[in-house]
Design a protein around this ligand. Sequence first.
Ligand code: PAF
Length: 280
Amino acid sequence: MSREAGPVVARTRAELAAARAGMSGTVGVVMTMGALHEGHARLLRTAREQADHVVMTLFVNPLQFGPNEDFDRYPRTFDRDLEIAAAEGVDVVFTPTPAEMYPNGEPAVRVNPGPVGELLEGASRPGFFHGVLTVVCKLLHLTRADIAYFGEKDYQQLTLIRTMVRDLDLGVEICGVPTVREPGGLALSSRNRYLSPAERETALALSRALRAGAVAAENGEDALAAARKELEQTAVLDVDYVVLTDPELGPPPEHGPARLLIAARVGTTRLIDNAPVEIH
Ligand code: PAF
C-alpha cells in the first residue's frame, strides 16, 4: 500500500481491506477501467459531494472483452489517472492485477444478466454483461461501498446493475450520473481516443440523431424515424441499432418518459450513446 501525494493506492485485496477499515461514515465507489476523462471526473465529484469517503477502482476487466475486442490495446494511462483521482479528492484507488481479482483463474460462476443482457450491447458482444456484472458484484463486495456511481452513457450497463442489486439484494445504492459531452455533442468515452479527426466529425452524427429524435417525439415512430434519418445522412457510419425503449429497456411507452439508444461503428471503433426522450 502506498500514499503517493494523494489517494492511497491499494493493489491487493488485503491493502484495500486495510484502507477500508480506517473509514467511518459512508463510502462511495466509482468503478473505472482507467483512461479517465471528464465523464469519470463528474462521477468522482458527485461521489465526493455525497459520500464521506471515495474509493475509485481501476481495473481493465478481461472478462468483459471478447476474443476479437480491444483488451490488449485498451488505453492504460495510470499516472494521469492517479493525478485526476488526486485532484478529485479520491481517498483510495484500488488497482488489482487480473490474478489478484481472479485468483482461481476465470470464474466458473458468473452473474447472469438475464434477458435484458442479451439485447442491444449483449447481442453484439456475447458474454459482455456476464463479465461486467461479475466484476461489479465482486468490486461491490470488496469495497463494501454504500453508494456506487455509474454513468448514464452506458445506459444498459446502468440498468442491469440496478436490476442485479435489486434482484440479488446487494444492499447498495446505485446512482446514475448524466453523460458528459464535448461542446459539439460527442459523448465522452475512453474509446474516443481511437478516433481520427475525420472520424470524430462522423461520430457527431450519434448525438445529432439523439437530438433529432427528442425534438420529433410526438410519438415513438416519429422519434425513431427522425433519428434514423439523421444517421442515414452520414454514409460512413455503420449503424448497429437505433431503438426506443421505456426507461427500464422494455417496450416503448405510448406517452411519457422513454429512452433512445444508438450504437454505431466509426472505422474500427464502436460507439454507443443514448438520451431520455419524452413521448407526448
Ligand atoms: O463502465 C466501465 O468502465 C466498466 O464496465 C466497469 C463498470 C468499470 C466494469 O469493468
